[in-house]
Design a protein. Sequence first.
Length: 318
Amino acid sequence: MSTLSTGATAASSRPGRNPRKPPRLVQEFRKALFSTPATIIASIYLVLLVLAAIIAPLITRWAGVDPYSFNEDTIDPALGGIPLGLFGGMSADHPFGVEPLNGRDLFARVLYGARLSLSIAGIATLLTATIGVVLGVLAGYVGGRLDQMISRLMDFVMAFPALIFMIAILSAVPQVDRMVMLVVVLSFFGWPQIARVVRGQVLSVKNREYVEAATASGGRNRHIIFQEVLPNVSGSIIVMVTLMIPNYIATEAGLSFLGVGVRPPDPSWGQMIYSAVPWFSTAPHFFIVPGIFLSMTILACMIVGDEYERRLGRVIER
């Protein structure tokens, strides 16, 4: 799993701005979605993809297909299971074509693959951010032995080659729910990265005049953390979250491609790409369709995340 962009630290609090006015996160995010033609296209694509993933059962039921049924009448057994017709059997009944050998509908499997990939990435990001923010704030604000313990725990987890140990763990426990296990593994190896950034931001913010004034006036730690500290490090947190989602989508696809992620018959873009490799020369659509959706989703997330990071950085510098 690739390391999150260090550019997130650009969203830190700086002495030159009013500490009582943290970045306008929601407003800047809305502006980032529609700031350039690229972000508009990326935003529309992501919105449509998320909606399609949510209502995938309704869409496939309306289209009369599902991701698990074999359609033997759409393939040619005499040619080794190659789909009948042009472009992998694309037709009004199967708009993306069908899989070789078994004839499962690619449109339905792409939709359900999006549903699974986005769910895993979204839940893992939420869990990672929660653990990372809580431990990062505690380490930075409380300090002392607690800071040392959390910092050593972060160093310990980050010392492991994440991808290798993900493969090893997922291979060793094959009988558990794959979605749950993927969320747990991704979150376990991902939280130290956000926790380290948050800890550094909190160490900087807690020495500012407004935090010291709140402490001197008898403010409770909980009030100071939620009213003074977190609002002024929220920019870094949001930027890292926007970069974490495409990272987790790619990681889930890679693990499924290697055979330790989502298992058949449940559809996953990475698993579909792996299954398509032997058919690349005879049925390239089987490889191209999930590959395009995977690449477009990651690219769209990165475009929106990068634009949001730039806009948030400019607001903070002002």
